[in-house]
Design a protein around this ligand. Sequence first.
Ligand code: MEV
Length: 429
Amino acid sequence: MTVNRTSRIPGFYKLDMAARHAALRRATGLSAQDLAALTTDSALDLAAADPMIENVVGTHNLPLGVALNFIVNGREVIVPMAIEEPSVVAGASFMAKLARPAGGFTATTTAPEMIGQLQLLDFTDLDAATVAIEAAAPELLQDAAQIDPVLQKLGGGPRELVIRRIEESPIGPFLVLHLIYDVRDAMGANAVNTACERIAPQIQALTGGRVHLRILSNLADRRLATARCTIQLEQLAFGEFPAEKVRDGIVEAWAFAAADPYRAATHNKGIMNGVDSVVIATGNDWRAVEAGAHAYAAREGHYTSLSTWGVDDSGNLVGELTMPMAVGTVGGATRVHPTAQAALKLMGVDTAAELAEIIVSVGLAQNLAALRALATEGIQRGHMSLHARQVAIAAGASGDQVEALAQRLVQDQAVRVDRAEELLKEWNA
Ligand code: MEV
């Protein structure tokens, strides 16, 4: 098989399933075995699922689509997305196409540093406790390094101790110790939690206080991923909408989210449509990424947009998204779930940083898809035609009838199961 590495596969959505699979292999070089892990609904069999959680009785499937057209840091990448919502994969793919003429997405990450928290209570003297911890920091860090020699060998390990004082709380003032831990390509929760528990007895002995909670913080604001893109002005015109109007409408839509938390929640939900679906496809902890995203969005004391949109000197639209990205490529479900493994191979991703860079790029593309639709024709037109297919299937349509019924429902502006059932009855009478 000749591999022509690209994320551009025109007409992909029109191909039948077997042709899509073949096109995917040609565009990525994915092995037959990895393709099977991505495309078979029983890829995670019961024997593999059983030890993952408790009381296993089955597995739960989601549609897995691929976002096309992405270029991230100069590399063509086809992105797997696991999600139940229509329009998301199409939206990301289309915006990635608009970004291509200016080079696609450029993305960066900070060091993969996670934060572990120790809550320190029952002190008589907060200042003395602070001084004692600071003095013992080198030994404490050395001890925390012992929990994972492999991580240490790979260049990870504890980096720093940061002491914070919580002045006001329902139980009065107390101290919080942050253990900063470089977790390399892991998500890192296990390493950080183990390290926190390891140093807790020494902290108690040093300070005479009581260490209460010892747990990772999901506000991973030292492990950030940023994506940027430029959409050339002429890419933005469509239908009756001139490019300037679309561009300015997108900036106005972003300004709404920047200023208003009610809008920001929805705006960021749109970003997370893209982010979560790649996080899930790769077997990562999407609740951790969600928690980090929203806490980060509120970091300045008010909840706001995670992204920014503006206009550059040439009149092009420019977007940027920065958010915490605690994802890994080793450990946990990323290792044991065959589909997650194949998803990483599909993208040609080895490191957590590369994965984070792709995820944040998809988040930015998804945000643009929503803003472009909202600022022009509204979200429902595109959404409804896809939703109509689901309604048609729910009403019992199959084969060619699915598309025909969906079109009719949209045309009649009655995308409802009862109407779909009525039409089917008429057609099949
Ligand atoms: C729907 O899943 C997501 C949107 O509401 C996002 C947005 O409003 O920006 C369309």
